[in-house]
Design a binder for this molecule. Structure first.
Ligand code: PNS
Length: 164
């Protein structure tokens, strides 16, 4: 049984994240999407909201579950008996950070392996930070995030009437 964790902040989930979920769910028996519940990080959405949005968007995948986690990722992986961490790699700029995390995680817990899926070219520029930046100025985020959450993102910036 291959169980993997796809961890992240997902604040908010983007089309790029959903693409990684769809592709990694095909590679493993069970995929747990771990939503980092980091109170220190100034998140736009609460962990509960991020989990519920992801649940809504992935309910059609029988082998995908969504959970919030805090603490060290490797401890969470151990608790869930998962030996694989999945991360998306967009561009060279991601590489250094991702390499550092993957090597640290492997150093702390030798059984854990990180696999990287390269993002689709169409999402190579995309990040939750970019989505927030564009939405905060009332720009169009309809190509960046799933339709179901567009209005929820704008609402965080007091912008109503989008995505309806
Ligand atoms: O979507 P993000 O913010 O790039 O995801 C970062 C994440 C959640 C993968 C990373 O911050 C993480 O694993 N945090 C939990 C604490 C931890 O285990 N850190 C890695 C060891 S340095």
């Amino acid at each position: 049984m291959k169980r993997a964790i796809y961890p992240g902040s997902f604040d908010p989930v983007t089309n790029g994240h959903l693409d990684i979920i769809a592709r990694s769910a095909r590679l493993v028996d069970e995929l747990i999407v771990g939503v980092l519940n980091n109170r220190a990080k100034n998140a736009l959405f609460s962990a509960e909201d991020r989990v519920s949005m992801l649940k809504e968007l992935t309910s059609h995948y029988p082998n995908v579950t969504i959970e919030a986690f805090d603490g060290l990722l490797v401890d969470y992986a151990k608790r869930n008996d998962a030996a694989i961490i999945v991360r998306g790699l967009r561009a060279v700029t991601d590489f250094e950070y991702e390499l550092q995390i993957a090597q640290t995680n492997h150093e702390i817990y030798e059984q854990i392996e990180t696999i990287f899926l390269t993002t689709r070219l169409e999402y190579a520029y995309l990040s939750s930070t970019i989505v927030k930046e564009v939405a905060s100025y009332g720009g169009d985020i309809s190509r960046f995030v799933p339709q179901q959450i567009i209005a929820r993102v704008y609402a965080k910036y007091g912008i109503e009437g989008f995505g309806k």
